[in-house]
Design a protein around this ligand. Structure first.
Ligand code: NAD
Ligand code: MG
Length: 390
């Protein structure tokens, strides 16, 4: 169990200026009798981080990018808050003895090392950074077994599965059904998908998220990454994980047991709830998350996904089956391809095509080290650059 050093839970929010990070700060503000914001971190939005420091008076602010930190005027940082610079400082904060819980809310594989450091120090990690599990799921599970940390999912689907699993015994689970909003292009034809603009891709119908995951939702790569995340988080076989499109994003995911019972978790689409649950678990606290208004008329739809228009899904299932180095290659190729799409260098439909091509080229290894995974992360990003140039 997490050791509470002050009676209140000391929380480090890594990636505090992002969509998850800002929601985490709202949860902490609303539960300040139980939680204390102990550290924050930012990459480029440093003024926003300073404003957060002025409001919450954390002990530490990590400016993860030394280049951005260099050119910033720090004169308004409160005296009480110590400034640390560089990616290594994220790890130092994550393992600091005064930290109880690390909210891992950095986007991309840039969030892996600090998550790793927190688990190596036996902390509780509230995990939004799904890329960590995609890249290094089996190694993360080894860390959990070795150092006794806790990994509580923040991703809404995985929080729903985590909550639903408590309705039965692990051995009695037959499968997990991940829900997907289907994104803004759920009903687009192939031809329409070819012509999707950056602006269209950044406009998500139900969730307000950072740009990378918003594009991932539009390609359904987000669901592909979540299949892989679920495989390692819950130790499921890939055949036990299915995906259903549910445009309303109210049923966050479901667990089916061997007797045919399906247990689900429902709530309005609001990340504050899964963030708070990752802090409160095994308790539940009243908090700022929105409630379903049952006086309203609700229609909940469930539709099969279309693997033809959304080829990312098959890629996710395949990588979940392969394990080894495949997750790191898929993840890095996708991060780089999304960045290229956002810069106008790749077409929307080329994002998944580039990932497929780079995954096919790589030399698969079944049991890579973290070092090897990081090498392949760099390699896959270079391959995307080559793909863009040809
Ligand atoms: P975002 O883009 O809004 O925020 C990203 C955060 O990461 C920012 O605080 C930024 O400063 C930091 N960051 C970016 N690059 C960095 C780097 N190289 N080094 C250190 N810090 C860096 O992203 P988000 O939507 O908040 O998503 C964060 C994570 O949570 C992602 O892994 C995403 O998949 C996951 N997630 C998000 C949501 C959501 O609703 N936004 C839901 C489920 C899971
Ligand atoms: Mg999700």
């Amino acid at each position: 169990m997490v050791a509470m050093t002050t009676g209140r839970q000391n929380v480090a929010v890594l990636g505090s200026t992002g969509s998850i990070g800002r929601n985490a700060l709202e949860v902490i503000a609303a539960t300040s009798d139980r939680t204390r914001l102990w550290a924050i971190s930012a990459h480029s939005r440093l003024q926003q981080a300073v404003d957060q420091a002025r409001q919450f008076q954390p002990a530490y602010l990590v400016a993860a990018s030394p280049q951005h930190a260099e050119s910033f005027d720090w004169s308004t940082l409160p005296n009480h808050t110590r400034l640390l610079r560089g990616p290594e400082s994220l790890e130092a904060v994550a393992r600091h003895e005064e930290v109880d819980t690390v909210v891992s809310a950095i986007v991309g594989s840039a969030g892996l090392r600090s998550t790793w450091a927190a688990l190596e120090a036996g902390k509780r990690v509230a995990l939004a950074n799904k890329e960590t599990m995609v890249v290094a799921g089996p190694l993360i599970n080894d860390l959990l077994a070795q150092y006794g940390g806790q990994l509580i999912p923040v991703d809404s689907e995985h929080s729903a599965v985590f909550q639903s699993l408590s309705a039965g015994r692990r051995g009695d689970v037959s499968r997990v059904v991940l829900t997907a909003s289907g994104g803004p292009f759920r009903d687009f034809t192939h031809t329409q998908l070819e012509q999707v603009t950056v602006e269209q891709a950044l406009d998500h119908p139900t969730w307000d998220m950072g740009p990378k995951i918003t594009v991932d939702s539009a390609t359904m790569m987000n669901k592909a990454l979540e299949i892989i995340e679920a495989r390692w988080l819950f130790n499921l076989s890939p055949e036990q994980i299915s995906v259903v499109v549910h445009p309303q994003s109210v049923v966050h995911s479901m667990v089916e047991f061997i007797d045919g019972s399906v247990v689900a978790q429902l709530s309005p689409p609001d990340m504050k709830l899964p963030i708070q649950y990752a802090l409160s678990y095994p308790e539940r606290w009243s908090g700022p998350a929105e409630r379903i208004d049952w006086a309203d008329v609700h229609q909940l739809q469930f539709l099969p996904p279309d693997p033809d228009r959304f080829p990312a899904l098959a890629l996710g299932a395949e990588v979940a089956r392969q394990g080894g180095t495949a997750g790191a290659v898929l993840n890095a190729a996708n991060e780089a391809a999304v960045a290229s799409f956002l810069q106008g260098e790749l077409k929307f439909t080329e994002i998944v095509a580039a990932c497929r091509s780079i995954l096919n080229q790589h030399h698969f290894e079944p049991q890579p080290t973290l070092h090897r995974l990081m090498q392949l992360d760099a390699w896959a990003r270079q391959e995307v650059t080559r793909w863009v140039c040809t």
